[in-house]
Design a protein around this ligand. Structure first.
Ligand SMILES: [Zn+2]
Length: 313
């Protein structure tokens, strides 16, 4: 449910609920004298219509469970907010090599991600490669189970010492990689050798363009005091197009963005965002319910006890 835009259309006492699967997006880089990006959104990959009982005057309410508050594209996972494995028990990551529609290298064929972000990732990597004129962009880390995160922590501590692990590796249970919405990008050359992503032109391109695809460069140098993680040019997190665009344009990290939504927004006072030619209203809900929006919408928990509603106009 957390990755789904739901559209409700009421007319003549009949209600039609159209369920949109994850909004896929197509972003194309068009060069015309200089650099110019054009983002076009593809309406929906799959729709499913459900006819509901007529309820003419009834004001429909959305209700949220505690589980809802710990799931979705906008959940915050950091040193203070553990990933809720129980709330996400139904989460089923897919192998990137099975799901990818564009053939970029993945450093381990067992690497997995949320199926809902694969289209956006494919398009982002493809456009980066086209802009660079190379095919080196790779995925060097993806979804991690709690056990796997422990092995990463232990390995780094053994190789570089515990100080290094504490600085660069999240404690198991507190890694964004548990969400399946985060990944590390790398460079793998045609001969199979690896380059350093943070020193590549790809890193610059990704930092400037990833928001077009709904990803944020999660750990920036000027936000380390807030994120608690050192500058990582390679780590990207999917949050969805309107949110990524707002964070990029206003230089906010996820912690700051969620704090802004909590402090400044409500169903009556949403944050208006325009991204990729589409207008969105975004607001925070602190209780367990709110009126159902008239237009298509998506909900996500913030993993801090609240819900964020994104309405697509
Ligand atoms: Zn990472």
């Amino acid at each position: 449910m957390e990755y789904i835009y739901r559209e409700s259309i009421s007319s003549m006492g009949k209600k039609l609920l159209i369920i949109f699967m994850t909004l896929p997006l197509m972003a194309s880089l068009a060069a015309c004298g200089g650099k110019k990006e054009a983002l076009t959104t593809e309406a929906a990959a799959q729709t499913e219509a459900v006819a509901a009982t007529p309820t003419a005057e009834e004001k429909k309410m959305l209700t949220f469970s505690e589980t809802d508050k710990c799931r979705g594209d906008l959940i915050l996972v950091n040193a203070d907010h553990a990933y809720n494995f129980d709330a996400n028990a139904s989460f089923s990551p897919v192998r990137i090599v099975d799901a990818q529609q564009y053939d970029y290298p993945v450093s381990n064929e067992d690497f997995r991600l949320s199926p809902d972000i694969m289209h956006a990732l494919d398009q982002m990597v493809k456009d980066c490669d086209e802009a660079m004129g190379t095919t080196y962009t790779s995925v060097s880390s993806a979804w991690r189970s709690k056990e796997y995160q422990q092995s990463v922590w232990d390995e780094m501590a053994e190789l570089y010492g515990e100080d290094y692990s504490e600085q660069y590796v999240a404690v198991p249970g507190y890694s964004e990689h548990h969400t399946g919405l985060a990944l590390d990008l790398g460079i793998i050359y045609d001969d199979g050798s690896e380059g350093t992503f943070s020193e590549s032109e790809n890193a610059v391109w990704m930092a400037e363009h990833s928001y077009l695809y709904g990803f944020i460069r999660r750990y920036a140098e000027n936000k380390t005091d807030i994120t608690g993680i050192s500058n990582e040019a390679w780590h990207f997190r999917y949050v969805g197009v309107p949110h990524a665009a707002y964070m990029y344009q206003n230089d906010l990290c996820l912690e700051e963005y969620l704090q802004k939504l909590r402090a400044d927004t409500s169903p009556e006072q949403p944050l208006e965002i325009e991204a990729g030619g589409t207008k969105y209203s975004v607001y925070y809900v602190s209780g367990d319910s709110c009126p159902e929006p008239e237009e298509s919408f998506m909900i996500s928990g913030d993993n801090c006890g609240g819900i964020i509603v994104t309405v697509r106009h």
